[in-house]
Design a protein around this ligand. Structure first.
Ligand code: PLP
Length: 387
């Protein structure tokens, strides 16, 4: 079969082989402990589920405007103003089928062959592929572990060319949990404004931020940068709503209009029912979020402390999100071999760092119960001792 060039160049995810193997092992009756999860292990809060049930009962089950209902856009604008000091009108917001979809649309609208997009490594797996699907080329800029995976603005500057169209920032970061402070964001904003480069700011982990760290939206820093910023967020991670598929982007009106146009010819509106659920998530009680966050902190602290006592591995304490990016270079194994052997020999699943651009790390998620974490880490410890 001769596939399109676009599709042929898509890289198969290196995480797939390992998660397939973990599944197979579980099916055959082995108790595999999974640290691979990319979503909260908590249930969607009841008030949100009830809003969805209500929507179904009321017959809110038809097409909505392609880029989302006005009321949800209003709620997003209120949220952006209150939490992020971002001022947007409802028509500067598009609701999509998850933040991933919002990101995909943005690159389709902004980029084409000949363009470059700066991606900071370690990066979320989909950025590089989404950029390539738009025809543009990713340009990888490394955020060094020695700097807590926080990129140096000079590194960004060095990698800007005449072709640079946009830069993606993701704070708090998946997979490292790094949080970008105000000073750095101001420097990035200055670069973007002086070179007229768009900033795509993926803020999906905004609320999962710890130790009194503050989340700052780059688009809120000044008027010039606000005109170049696409702020992406959603309800998936904050409200344990990954399956509901609601995300959004806020930005300059002309870009948002094009996002809406593209969406109107591809997915049309995101699920009407999910939109009502997202409305409740944004406007209703935030109690469940605070409980989840508290639990994440306890798990993180436990995991970091134990892992740093293990042989040949180490990890920094992440300031946000729900992942540990562990350095495994002391084991002498690359990330795929490490993950494969850990799974086969110790029945513990993790994600090889190569998926995020680093072969010296693996990603362990703490979106799993404390009980699983304890058992899983016991196994990892024993396996590292034997190895
Ligand atoms: C999970 C995730 C997303 C996508 O979330 P949606 O479920 O599509 O809203 C986007 N960016 C990062 C970094 C993520 O981890």
């Amino acid at each position: 079969m001769k596939f399109s060039k676009k599709i042929s160049q898509l890289k198969p995810s290196p995480t797939l082989a390992i998660s397939a193997k973990a599944k197979e092992m579980r099916k055959s009756g082995l108790d595999v402990i999974g640290f691979g999860a990319g979503e909260p292990d908590f249930d969607t809060p009841l008030n949100i589920k009830e809003a969805a049930i209500e929507a179904i009962k009321k017959g809110f089950t038809k097409y909505t405007p392609a880029s989302g209902i006005g009321e949800l856009k209003n709620a997003v604008c209120e949220k952006l103003k209150k939490d992020n000091s971002l001022v947007h009108a409802p028509d500067e917001v598009a609701i999509s089928c998850g933040a991933k979809h919002a990101l995909f649309n943005i690159f389709q609208v902004l980029c084409q062959k000949g363009d470059e997009v700066i991606i900071i490594s370690p990066y979320w797996v989909s950025y590089t592929e989404m950029v390539r699907l738009s025809g543009a080329e990713p340009r990888i800029v490394e955020a060094k572990e020695a700097r807590g995976f926080v990129v140096a603005s000079e590194e960004i500057k060095k990698n800007i060319t005449k072709r640079t169209k946009a830069i993606i920032i993701n704070s708090p970061s998946n997979p490292t949990g790094a949080v970008f402070g105000k000073e750095l964001l101001e420097k990035i904003a200055r670069i973007a404004v002086s070179k007229k480069i768009f900033v795509v700011s993926d803020e999906i982990y905004e609320k999962l931020i710890y130790d009194g760290e503050e989340h700052i939206s780059i688009g809120s820093l000044n008027k010039e940068i606000s005109k170049l910023t696409l702020t992406v967020n959603g309800v998936s991670k904050t409200y344990s709503m990954t399956g509901w598929r609601i995300g959004y982007v806020a930005g300059p009106l002309d870009i948002i209009k094009k996002v809406g146009a593209l969406q109107s010819h591809s997915t049309s509106n995101p699920s009407s029912i999910s939109q009502m659920a997202a409305l409740e998530a944004l406007r209703g009680s935030q109690e469940a979020l605070f409980k989840m966050k508290e639990e994440f902190v306890a798990r993180r602290d436990y995991m970091v402390k134990r892992i740093n006592s293990f042989k040949n591995v180490s990890c920094a304490k992440p300031k946000g999100a729900f992942y540990l990016f562990c350095n495994i270079s002391g084991t002498g194994l690359n990330s795929v071999t490490f993950s494969t052997r850990l799974l086969e020999e110790a029945r513990v699943a993790c994600v090889p760092g190569i998926a995020f651009g680093s072969d010296r790390h693996v990603r362990l998620s703490f979106a799993t119960s404390m009980e699983n974490i304890k058992t899983g880490l016991d196994r990892v410890e024993a396996w590292l001792e034997k190895k």
